[in-house]
Design a protein around this ligand. Structure first.
Ligand SMILES: NC(=O)c1ccc[n+]([C@@H]2O[C@H](COP(=O)([O-])OP(=O)(O)OC[C@H]3O[C@@H](n4cnc5c(N)ncnc54)[C@H](O)[C@@H]3O)[C@@H](O)[C@H]2O)c1
Length: 333
């Protein structure tokens, strides 16, 4: 299939492009390079041995996007492009609503104009808010606690509404849990700007000596060791979830929703210990007060994706830690 990958040079997008090529698909990337680097394109080519078409285009500049649609006929769009920093979204809500929501509306208008009937959308476990229990199933109630999460929830609703008048439109909502790790080549991975929000990028910066210690936000949650529990999934497994989701393309219109997680929860201290053991590197940490909006436990019930897509996460925590570190060591400070 010929697939438009928006945000295809970002963390999850670049790994998905690699797996799409390996599975015999033809991805075409567009990205405005706001949170990614053009060098990633060459690295994707190096890993796969294939050429990949790239357009520098912006969701907020429909003319730049229209060129992409004029020059290609897509079977499906995988839509990663968006802003994703929770804390920043609280400070800059308009920027998040405009980029993520207006940008996606621009994309959908072009899909309609050029007759593209399939979209796979990057949603997030954040749409479950504070879940009443774990593991979390797709039919749990939805709510959000910050503008970033609200953009995901609104976009799920907007995309769902589009399937009412257009009976041929297929919308696949993939709710990701916590992607970490990197392609085993060590060439592509996650490289956040500034002080990271997420645990693994934070651990990397401590392990590389950029930050003195890891802040562990709260050790009095109702969890086995008191620190927050999350469902960490290898980014390559997550990427393969998108390849599996392509099975649902052209199966008639409507909305399909899948959790993409491992189904196992690890605490912050589990991750610190696993990272130290896998890589032989110390990660000093200090307990800090809880962060507003953080929840105690969040992990997926991934049964639906297994049953309907034949997909399940395979890579273990040791591999995630080793692959994250291999990539982090390749970065200049
Ligand atoms: N990483 C996570 O933990 C996580 C968890 C759940 C959901 N998600 C969602 O998955 C998607 C991909 O996440 P990621 O971690 O790869 O993020 P990322 O920032 O690495 O990738 C997003 C890409 O989109 C591009 N982009 C942003 N705004 C754009 C615009 N207006 N026009 C064109 N390109 C634009 C950026 O340059 C970047 O390359 C995002 O939608 C994110 O919200 C991520």
């Amino acid at each position: 299939m010929k697939i438009l990958v928006t945000g295809g040079l970002g963390f999850i997008g670049s790994h998905t492009v690699v797996e799409l090529i390996r599975a015999g698909h033809e991805p075409v990337i567009f990205d405005n390079l706001y949170n990614s680097k053009i060098e990633t394109l060459d690295k994707i080519k190096k890993i796969t041995g294939s050429d990949v078409k790239f357009y520098k285009a912006d969701l907020l500049d429909p003319d730049s996007m229209e060129t992409v649609f004029k020059e290609n006929k897509f079977d499906a769009v995988i839509h990663f492009a968006g802003l994703k920093a929770v804390g920043e979204s609280v400070q800059l809500p308009l920027r998040y609503y405009e980029n993520n929501i207006s940008g996606t509306i621009n994309l959908c208008k072009l899909m309609e104009k050029y007759g593209c009937k399939n979209i796979i959308f990057s949603s997030s476990a954040t749409v479950y808010g504070a879940p009443k229990s774990v593991p979390i199933r797709e039919d749990f109630p939805l709510s959000t606690t910050n503008p970033y999460g609200t953009t995901k929830l609104f976009l799920e609703r907007i995309l769902t509404d589009l399937t009412v008048p257009d009976k041929d439109l297929k919308v696949i909502l993939l709710r990701y849990f916590n992607p970490i790790g990197a392609d085993e080549s060590g060439l592509i991975g996650e490289e956040p700007n500034g002080i990271p929000n997420n645990l693994m990028p934070y651990i990397m910066q401590v392990a590389r000596g950029i930050l003195p210690e890891l802040g562990v936000f709260g050790n009095d949650y109702d969890t086995p060791d008191g620190t927050g529990v999350r469902d960490y999934i290898h980014v390559t497994d997550l990427a393969l979830g998108h390849v599996a989701a392509l099975k649902r393309v052209n199966t008639g219109g409507g909305v399909d929703i899948y959790n993409l997680g491992t189904g196992t929860g690890y605490s912050v201290l589990d991750i610190v210990k696993a990272f130290e053991k896998a890589n032989g590197v110390k990660v000093p940490y200090a307990i800090k007060p809880r962060r507003a909006g953080d929840i105690a436990m969040c992990y997926a019930d991934p049964t639906k994706a297994k049953e309907e897509l034949g997909w399940e996460a395979k890579k273990d925590l040791e591999t995630m830690c080793k692959d994250s570190w291999r990539y982090a060591q390749s970065l200049t400070k």
